[in-house]
Design a protein around this ligand. Structure first.
Ligand code: A3P
Length: 319
């Protein structure tokens, strides 16, 4: 959308109705293509609205990710880190809300309630938008960004399960090899995945003070140092006293897949509105490295690795 064009949700809907579409995932909406990425109309409308109207505060930190790369975990850890001095173990917001409901999701919550930007919210904002599609105010305000990425094969398998989990029609589930070929062509929500990663990777190289680039696998393998690094980046490092009495471990336990997925709210609650509400339990599955091997053939793994390698070549980034 160019400056000067009308900026109401109605106009965004009109623009969206003219975009190229991809219907192959067969979930609750088709994907459409805008500013170089694929997106559900629902989130695109929210994203376009945010591009025009969101006024980032310099203290805002954006938690950025492609879907299924560790968003829920990153949100939970960040919420636990920034709230640790004002709540105790028994009243953390994470105990009665799914992590997605603890902070503003730019493409959804802002259009639903644009005044949320003002008072009383945490200085954390989540987005799946690619770096190049972030609202200009985020960059102008000099906001910090945290990005989390994940091996594309595991991210794909996670996405395929998620697509089954959120499907609202009675059509048969999408065969995994059909979904896989769409993914390899970049046709996935907020894809192409390689462009998503590349945008934030370059930004982190150019501006490491402002962009923290994390990997789901590092967070799983090296949880304590990674969580300490995240806390430092969020401007709330753990003091040596906190470290001594186990504050880091406590946060890690609170945010673990096991703990969160066993909370009542995440077993039985729903995220989002009535039409396309997503059962919270769909956000929690295995959380393992290499689960793709249970679903994809070695040849498929190689195909996706090759696509990624080709697209990322020359960037200095490898998975
Ligand atoms: P799997 O489907 O491989 O199990 P996102 O949060 O971006 O939607 O990503 C979802 C993936 O993160 C899922 O991976 C899910 O199981 C995993 N996940 C969710 N919460 C987690 C947590 N607290 N710790 C580790 N992994 C988590």
């Amino acid at each position: 959308v160019e400056n000067g064009s009308p900026k109401t949700p109605g106009t965004f809907k009109e623009i969206i109705s003219t975009l190229p579409t991809e219907n192959g995932w067969n979930v609750f909406q088709h994907l459409c293509f805008y500013q170089g990425f694929w997106c559900f109309p629902l989130h695109l409308e929210g994203g376009m609205f945010a591009q025009h109207h969101f006024k980032a505060q310099p203290t805002d930190v954006l938690l950025c990710s492609a879907p299924k790369t560790g968003t829920t975990w990153l949100k939970a850890l960040s919420v636990a880190i920034v709230t640790r001095n004002c709540v105790d173990e028994s009243n953390s917001p994470l105990l009665n809300k799914v992590p997605h409901d603890c902070i503003m999701f730019l493409e959804k919550d802002f259009i639903e309630n644009p005044t949320q930007t003002d008072q009383g919210r945490l200085p954390l904002v989540a987005t799946h938008l690619p770096y190049t599609a972030l609202p200009k105010s985020v960059l102008d305000a000099g906001c910090k960004l945290v990005y989390i990425c994940r091996d594309p094969k595991d991210a794909f398998v996670s996405l395929w399960h998620f697509a089954k989990g959120i499907k609202v029609n009675n059509n048969p589930n999408l065969p995994i090899d059909v979904a896989f070929q769409l993914y390899c062509k970049g046709r996935s929500n907020f894809g192409p995945y390689w462009d998503h990663v590349l945008g934030y990777w370059k930004a982190s190289q150019e501006n490491p003070e402002k962009v923290l680039f994390m990997r789901y696998e590092d967070l799983l393998r090296d949880t304590i140092p990674q969580v300490k690094k995240l806390a430092e980046f969020l401007g709330q490092p753990f003091s040596s006293k906190e470290e001594k009495y186990g504050a880091v471990e406590k946060i890690i336990r609170l945010c673990s897949l096991e703990n969160l997925s066993n909370l009542e709210v995440n077993k039985t609650g729903k995220y989002g509105n009535a039409d396309i509400g997503i059962n919270n339990n769909v956000y929690f599955r295995k959380g393992k490295i290499g689960d793709w091997k249970n679903y994809l053939t070695p040849e498929m793994g190689e195909q996706l690795d090759n696509v990624m390698e080709e697209r990322l070549s020359g960037s200095g980034f490898t998975f």
